[in-house]
Write a protein that binds this ligand. Structure first.
Ligand code: NAD
Length: 261
């Protein structure tokens, strides 16, 4: 599966799932613009690694996707440095857990801004270029929580369900233009975002790291195992490829059986 000649922008690509996706796209020959928070030395190392894996060009933009004007600037920077955007991966995301009655307003606003509104603003910004070329792939990283709920995750579940709605509208509007939009819905993936939840559990329940992992997975997934960022990268690669030209508007679960139950 080749992406030679394609240019991808991946938000939240300095860690976890976004990095797994950026790596898979680079290995297939795409030029990649990384976005996310990271120190300069880490960014340099990530870019060198992507180049070594096959990316013909790389770039980095430290835009905070909570701010629409920074998203517009990131899209402009990508087009100016790498030529255009063929593949947009809306991946940047954050989490906060608390019951609704105690959920901090500012956490609600931040999660909605980063996990949902950012995808709208980035999609809006890439559409004109994609339409003019008659090709585009928009991949939204939703979650099992885009399809079902869990307690204590009101903002995250609301944002991810919203992202599913945005995915469908984007797919329908852009269908006549050779542009697809799909959502990947992972279950548990062991990244810093999930490690924080494991650490909190160890502390609150006084249990070992291994026990926390077993309990976390066992509550939700039929398979008591994490999906890896590399596996999600391969799924994104397929969605970005020519073979997925008529797949659009769908949620793709990769969740160890979480939402089958
Ligand atoms: P992570 O914490 O490892 O990575 C998050 C990335 O987003 C980092 O690169 C970070 O710098 C970036 N980021 C955070 N806030 C940002 C902002 N305001 N502007 C720009 N970049 C920002 O998390 P992850 O687990 O890899 O999560 C990536 C996506 O996958 C998220 O949307 C998350 O909701 C989703 N997801 C994760 C899991 C899981 O189990 N890890 C499951 C389902 C869905």
């Amino acid at each position: 599966m080749t992406l030679n000649g394609r240019v991808a922008l991946v938000t939240g690509a300095t860690s976890g799932i976004g990095l797994g996706i950026a790596t898979a796209l680079a290995e297939a020959g795409a030029a990649v613009m990384l976005n996310g928070f990271a120190a300069a030395a880490q960014v340099a190392a990530l870019r060198a690694d992507l180049a070594a894996r096959g990316a013909p060009a790389t770039g980095y933009c430290g835009a905070d996707v909570a701010h629409p004007h920074e998203i517009a600037a990131m899209v402009a920077q990508t087009c100016s440095e790498l030529g255009r955007i063929d593949i947009l991966v809306n991946n940047a995301g954050i989490q906060h857990t608390a019951p609704i009655a105690d959920f901090p307003d500012e956490k609600w606003d931040a999660i909605l801004a980063i996990n949902l509104s950012a995808a709208f603003h980035a999609t809006k910004a890439v559409i004109p270029g994609m339409k003019s070329r008659g090709f585009g792939r928009i991949i939204n990283i939703a979650s099992a929580h885009g399809l079902v709920a869990s307690a204590n995750k009101a903002a995250y579940v609301a944002a991810k369900h919203g992202l599913m709605g945005l995915t469908k509208v984007t797919a329908i509007e852009l269908a006549p233009h050779g542009i697809t939009c799909n959502a990947i819905c992972p279950g548990w993936v062991l990244t810093p975002l999930v490690q924080a939840q494991l650490d909190a559990r160890c502390q609150a329940e006084g249990i070992s790291a291994e026990e926390a992992r077993r309990l976390l997975l066992g509550e939700k997934q039929a398979m008591i195992t994490f999906t890896t960022p590399a596996q999600i990268g391969k799924l994104a690669l397929f969605l970005a490829s020519d073979d997925a030209a008529t797949m659009t508007g769908v949620p793709l679960s990769i969740d160890g059986g979480w939402t089958a139950q």
